[in-house]
Ligand binder design. Structure first.
Ligand code: ZN
Length: 494
């Protein structure tokens, strides 16, 4: 597991904002429309047209930047990034260069070695977040018969938020955790749907490694792995690229260095699972940035910041923390699982806990019964037929019965839409056991299993479970703790 080098990664993430129209014109941003049906002279870059900024796009960006703990500039401007490419009809992209609207933030991730078992917070610094317009899409004939390439400009001018992290990500797992947290947060605050398949979240990874060498630390040249289209690809590409760089370094430790070789870009070959180094990266100077003359700079008022802060709502990190405190007092892992399922799941959990009282027990039952069922049914919690109120009734009614019986009751409720009491009646699960009757059932079981009693007396404590099994089988729904107590008492006398 331990690597002979340290992985150093900074991620550049582009997310499409959830606006109805594009950044500088009124064209729709709807995904999946016929090619070139959502274009106008402005986003096609016709001569003489003038862009007008979409204020909603700017507001969503500010909301995201605040959620990333960024400083928001009170004055920000637009710049032209000049380059020629078929999917960029204007020959420049309107972006932000030296005065981005936000900078210097951070995002907290779970950097635990086993995130299923624990929560270990780590802050990943954010260098900046800025707003820019997207380019179009080249459609190549992939039939292999050498057909034409086509261009769809529907996406041209769609608002993109670019979020650049500091190189503080040190493993493929941390990269995945960063992306998951970012996606969760941006979805929850309504900034982006972050659908990777639809291209509304795209990721580039800047990767190099630090190797202990001749008493010091050697850094390898930076490689930017472009257009990673799934979280899995991000992790695998980072691991592969780090290993590849280590190989290069071992061949030529003197020259394969960060300060000797300029940054290059690479693609990720999903099929072969390898990074393919492509070209030397353009420097900022190659793009001939200059201020966009057709757009006025943007001034951000305190009132706008307050509005954006309000629109943000409770962030996942705060929610996770709150769930670990009274009245819930959940372990960090449970709080993380609930939070990752979104605000609606947390609201459901809170409503059930308010009725039932035991926050940890509710969390266990939700993971055990509800979350898996939701996955199977492909449903969200707000579509789930068992409402929070009914789930609370169910937990109260079944608190003392064995786990398998509880599962059966829950399944019955789901299938028949019934309340817990009628489900239990239908299944013949009883909860009103009389202690005297249970005690005699325990005595009978002890009398009927002399071998188990003998084993128990010889110190094989597990033998008691065999006796208990007989009691439980004959008394479906009997409260586990009561049977255990009676058994302990009767075994002591036996
Ligand atoms: Zn347009």
């Amino acid at each position: 597991m331990s690597l002979p080098y340290k992985i150093v990664v900074g991620l550049e993430v582009h997310v499409q904002l959830l606006t109805k129209s594009k950044l500088f014109c009124g064209c729709s941003t709807r995904f999946g429309a016929p090619p070139n049906s959502q274009v106008c002279p402005v986003c096609l870059g016709m001569p003489g047209v003038l862009p007008v900024m979409n204020r909603t796009a700017f507001e969503l960006s500010v909301r995201a930047a605040l959620a990333l703990n960024c400083q928001i500039a009170s004055f920000t401007k637009w710049d032209r990034k000049n380059y020629y490419y078929p999917d960029l009809p204007k020959n420049y992209q309107i972006s932000q260069y030296d005065l981005p609207f936000s900078s210097e933030g951070w995002l907290e991730i779970n950097a635990a070695a086993d995130p299923k078992k624990e929560y270990k917070p780590k802050r990943i610094g954010i260098i900046r977040a800025h707003l820019e317009e997207d380019a179009g899409k080249n459609l190549h004939d992939e039939s292999g018969r050498g057909g034409d390439s086509k261009i769809d400009l529907n996406r041209t001018g769609t608002p993109l938020l670019e979020i650049v992290s500091k190189p503080e990500i040190n493993s493929p797992e941390e990269a995945k955790a960063y992306l998951e947290e970012l996606r969760l947060m941006l979805r929850e605050i309504g900034v982006s749907d972050c659908e990777m398949q639809e291209g509304s979240l795209r990721c580039d990874a800047n990767v190099n490694i630090h190797v202990a060498h001749e008493g010091g630390t050697a850094a390898t040249p930076l490689v930017e792995v472009k257009n990673l289209n799934s979280f899995g690809s991000v992790g695998r590409a980072i691991a592969h690229e780090a290993e590849r760089q280590y190989g290069e370094f071992q061949k030529d430790p003197k020259n394969y260095r960060f300060d000797r070789i300029p940054k290059t870009t690479a693609g990720w070959d999903v099929e072969r699972g390898v990074t393919v180094v492509q070209r030397h990266k353009e420097e900022a100077a190659d793009y001939r940035y200059f201020p966009e003359p057709d757009l006025v700079p943007v001034v951000v008022s305190k009132a706008e910041l307050d509005l954006a802060r309000k629109a943000m709502g409770e962030l996942p990190a705060a929610q996770r923390k709150r769930l670990q405190e009274a009245p819930y007092s959940l372990p960090a892992y449970d709080a993380g699982v609930l939070t990752a399922k979104g605000r609606k799941m947390v609201a459901y959990y809170e409503e059930v806990t308010a009725a039932v009282g035991d926050g940890k027990q509710v969390s266990n039952r939700l993971s055990d019964l509800v979350m898996g069922t939701l996955n199977e049914r492909g449903e969200e919690i707000d579509q789930f037929p068992v409402t929070a109120r009914r789930f609370a009734e169910f937990l109260k009614a079944t608190s003392a019965i064995p786990q398998q019986d509880r599962r059966d009751v829950f399944k019955y409720m789901l299938e028949h839409g019934s309340d817990p009491a009628s489900a239990m009646t239908a299944l013949g699960v009883k909860t009103d056991f009389d202690e005297t009757a249970l005690r005699s059932a325990v005595k009978d079981a002890i009398a009927a299993n002399p071998q188990a009693v003998d084993d128990f007396k010889k110190g094989k404590t597990a033998a008691a479970n065999r006796i208990k099994g007989h009691v439980m089988k004959a008394n479906k729904g009997a409260p586990n703790d009561v049977v255990q107590r009676l058994l302990d008492e009767e075994l002591a006398k036996a």
